[in-house]
Design a protein around this ligand. Structure first.
Ligand code: FAD
Ligand code: MLT
Ligand code: ZN
Length: 471
């Protein structure tokens, strides 16, 4: 290992090879604190060429690599496995017993000029989502992915997880924004197409293949991203609902009556109560509800109340006791109840976070069976908080109480989603937490095809072993 660290130091410079145990531990522990592993060191390359040299060096020593961006992932995919973890034998199992090297892309943070005619920009993999958004906004454009981790989550990490977020109903997930990538394969070879050409019928689309690959096929170093014309929010509303069925019903009516939706989010009453308790925010409505629907509608900047057609909302069945805000400040205040959920839950304990997708028409059935499913999992007392991106059927089931190492509630919830025609992972990825669960919502032939792709591109199994596919 010492000779590999010496090689990495020559490649990236001593300031960018970190081996101090406390520092390494910070990179090797995930945002939730539920996943922590052992790494030999952290290397922070400053260019695609340096990433290629780092991967060649690691391959030469047979040492696994964990690609990392902002380390805001919630499924353990951005951190190495715990000490003593060994992959199962197989074509994609690494020969090495050495702890992985974390390759941080954070220094690859450059942003190219915004191409207004193409509606595209080239961004380094380490650029943050808020950085890309501000850069696009300065040119009068908008980046389609937005999420509460925007100040830390990176372009590379969001591509690797195919992140969704709060604008998915308007612009689609990250996959829909990716027009090309530069990436380094396990053997150090570089694949790159940042031309931004959307016309092309020249075989496999590597950029799309790497989107959602969770660091198991390549280290992404840059991307060509699609941008959208800037749209301003004109109104944000928070409506009480009697439960998930009513929230879905109201969402459907608003969707038909109001075509310009920028976001539609669901929050359990328990989630809103927790945010108020942890952050000190005052409850937004006079009464308490079992559930809430938060909707953002496009409209002119600094809209006066009349510029978003509130009559259309009334016709869509918006309850009278809903909050509707049209000023920048008021809209941000309503968003805070949704945006501060994740930090509030984490402040209350180490959560089990189960990100699933269920067809919108079956969300109410899924929610109706959820509490009993969690109770029957037998992992002890549980505080359940459900919220998520209702418009795309993406729910986040958060469970506080059960031991972080006990995954019975996680399994039970993911199986419930699969039984409702859903998916075991919607936007956070499979990571280390859900490997082995793919078959619950994916045909065996598809998993086998993914394993073949992995074996072809990374035959020694050195890239993020144990993530996405079982080792
Ligand atoms: P990391 O956490 O560093 O890595 C995530 C995965 O990508 C790992 O498997 C890693 O190996 C891989 N990876 C990272 N960089 C590269 C690279 N350059 N090349 C190859 N592989 C790479 N997610 C959503 O989808 N929607 C949300 O609304 C959302 N909200 C969040 C809110 C909060 C407060 C937090 C803490 C997280 C949230 N997340 C959300 C989860 C997280 O932000 C996303 O998964 C994000 O895509 C991770 O980006 P990152 O740069 O932090 O990646
Ligand atoms: C969100 O939608 O806020 C995120 O996916 C984060 C989370 O699930 O906690
Ligand atoms: Zn989410």
């Amino acid at each position: 290992m010492r000779s590999l660290i010496a090689e990495l130091t020559v490649i990236a410079g001593s300031a960018h090879v970190l081996s101090e145990p406390d520092v390494v531990a910070g990179y090797a522990t995930d945002w939730t604190r539920r996943y922590a592993g052992e790494a030999s060191c952290v290397v922070r390359p400053g260019s695609t060429e340096e990433v290629a040299a780092v991967l060649r060096a690691c391959a030469g020593h047979g040492v696994p690599v964990v690609p990392q961006g902002g380390n805001t992932g919630l499924v353990g995919g951005s951190v190495p496995p715990p000490a003593g973890w060994r992959p199962a034998a197989g074509p994609a199992a690494p020969a090495a017993a050495a702890a992985p090297v974390i390759v941080s892309a954070r220094r690859l943070a450059g942003l190219g000029p915004v191409d207004l005619a193409a509606g595209q920009v080239t961004a380094g993999a380490g650029a943050t989502i808020s950085g890309v958004a501000a850069h696009a906004a300065a040119a009068g454009m908008r980046y389609g992915v937005d999420l509460a981790s925007r100040d830390s989550a990176t372009v590379g990490g969001t591509i690797a997880t195919n992140a969704g977020g709060i604008r998915t109903i308007r612009y689609g997930p990250t996959r829909a924004q990716v027009a090309g990538v530069t990436a380094v394969l396990a053997d150090g070879s570089v694949v790159s197409d940042l031309s931004g050409l959307t016309a092309g019928s020249t075989g496999y689309d590597l950029a799309q293949l790497l989107t959602g690959s969770e660091g198991t096929l390549a280290v992404i170093t840059a991307a060509r991203l699609r941008l959208h014309p800037a749209e301003q929010a004109g109104a944000v509303l928070l409506a009480p609902a009697g439960g998930m069925a009513q929230a879905v019903g109201l969402y459907g009516q608003i969707r038909v009556g109001v075509p310009d939706l920028l976001a539609a989010e669901y929050i359990d009453g328990a989630g809103l109560d927790l945010v108020c308790r942890i952050t000190g925010l005052r409850p937004p409505l006079a009464g308490q509800a079992r559930a809430y629907l938060l909707v953002e509608i496009a409209g002119p900047a600094q809209a006066a109340a009349g510029s978003v057609d509130l009559n259309r909302l009334a016709a869509a069945g918006l309850p009278d006791d809903s909050a509707v805000e049209t000023s920048e400040r008021g809209m941000a205040a309503l968003w805070a109840y949704r945006e501060r959920l994740t930090e509030s839950i984490a402040a209350a304990g180490v959560p089990h976070k189960i990100d699933v997708a269920v067809p919108v028409g079956r969300l109410a059935d899924f929610r109706a069976g959820l509490d009993e499913t969690i109770r029957d999992a037998g992992a002890g007392p549980a505080e359940i908080i459900v919220f998520g991106h209702i418009g795309v059927g993406n729910l986040h089931v958060n469970v506080l109480g059960p031991d972080p190492a006990d995954d019975r509630v996680d399994i039970a919830v993911a199986r419930l989603a699969a039984a409702h025609g859903g998916r075991v992972a919607a936007e956070h990825g499979v990571g280390r937490s859900k490997t082995g669960w793919l078959s619950w919502s994916m045909p065996a032939a598809q998993i086998s095809a993914m394993a073949s792709i992995k074996a072809a591109l990374d035959p020694a199994g050195l890239l993020n072993p144990g993530v996405l596919l079982p080792g």
